[in-house]
Design a protein around this ligand. Structure first.
Ligand code: ATP
Length: 305
């Protein structure tokens, strides 16, 4: 079942078009990453789904409810944590949860389940101003999950978290998505994290979707590195081979990304051209490599400016 359906979403700020014909879906229980450089349109997309901004064209359906026509029903199905969640420092964690429980008319049983789930235990009685960032994240997630949403929207949730906080959050999100069949849309610059978390990733650039890949498709190539004293000449050869996706040279070390199962072909070509190399090693394929491939022009401009 489709939890989120976005079709042709377009948004202007003044005369500037910041989203152009954005379309993608999220299935039940799916974790989807939204990735792109600064200013690509991630937050604008997320704010449009959470109905925090108006959009100029397109449709957004949440659990089959049209956001423009059945706003309340659609919004009842989602929770979002966008930018820093606001807390009342002088209230305790449990007071925050009780506030949402009363506001959203949530049952005591659901509250107890969430309390158990966020594992804040005794800390729930403490005032929130004494919480660490990680504890605040857990509380924010508890508050967001209390109303039993079908879609959770998170904007840069790992910002400011230490490595163990990031690990906790990842485990928490995967557990919630799998156990409660919750769909999650997560915008982040933390590619390594998205690599580990997402079932699918939507890549956005200058307000347009440039690629949409399942987890296994993100890693659809192989990367190798090797040492050589003919790096520049090898670079010239590599740039002409159709199965070479990307290559870079660092003094006498060549990094090359190739389509799957083409290593034998590559070695044959190098040897035929009398290009000797040593220390051939497999480098793990990651989302970061895919990002470099998709946004090479953006990265290049960043380096120049
Ligand atoms: P980042 O990774 O930096 O958070 P992003 O992908 O979330 O970037 P958005 O915040 O969605 O990007 O911004 C998309 C474009 O819309 C940018 O060019 C930005 O300058 C512009 N923009 C965002 N908010 C406004 C606003 N309130 N008024 C005018 N332009 C805006």
């Amino acid at each position: 079942m489709k939890i989120l359906e976005i079709e042709g979403l377009t948004k202007y700020y003044g005369s500037t078009r910041v989203l152009n014909n954005i379309s993608f879906n999220i299935e039940d229980g799916e974790i989807v990453g939204l990735v792109g450089p600064n200013g690509a349109g991630k937050t604008t997309t997320i704010k449009a789904i959470a109905s925090l901004i108006f959009y100029n064209a397109g449709t957004i359906n949440i659990c089959g409810y049209n956001l423009a026509k059945e706003r309340e029903k659609a919004l009842a199905k989602i929770s979002s944590i966008i930018e820093s969640p606001a807390f009342y420092g002088n209230l305790s964690g449990i007071e925050h949860l009780n506030f949402i429980k009363d506001l959203r008319k949530v049952s005591k049983t659901s509250l107890d389940n969430i309390i158990e789930f966020i594992e804040l235990k005794d800390a729930l009685k403490k005032k929130v101003r004494k919480y660490s960032l990680g504890m605040k994240q857990r509380l924010a997630l508890g508050m967001a999950l209390l109303s039993g949403p079908k879609l959770l929207i998170l904007d840069e949730p790992t910002n400011g978290l230490d490595p163990s906080g990031i690990l906790d959050l990842r485990e928490f999100l995967i557990k919630t998505a799998r156990e409660q069949k919750l769909s999650i849309l997560i915008s982040s610059h933390n590619l390594e994290e998205l690599d580990k978390l997402c079932d699918r990733t939507v890549f956005i650039k200058k307000g347009e979707i440039i690629s949409e890949l399942k987890h296994e498709e993100v890693l659809d190539y192989e990367e190798y590195c090797f040492a050589t004293d003919k790096a520049d000449a090898i670079g010239d050869v590599l740039s002409k081979l159709p199965y070479v996706i990307h290559h870079s040279i660092n003094t006498n070390v060549v990094y090359v990304q190739i389509a799957k199962n083409q290593l034998g072909e590559l070695i044959t070509v190098l040897l035929q051209n009398n290009m000797k190399f040593t220390n051939l090693q497999f480098v793990k394929a990651t989302m970061e490599h895919k990002y470099k491939e998709l946004y090479s022009e953006v990265l290049c401009n960043e380096r120049i400016s």
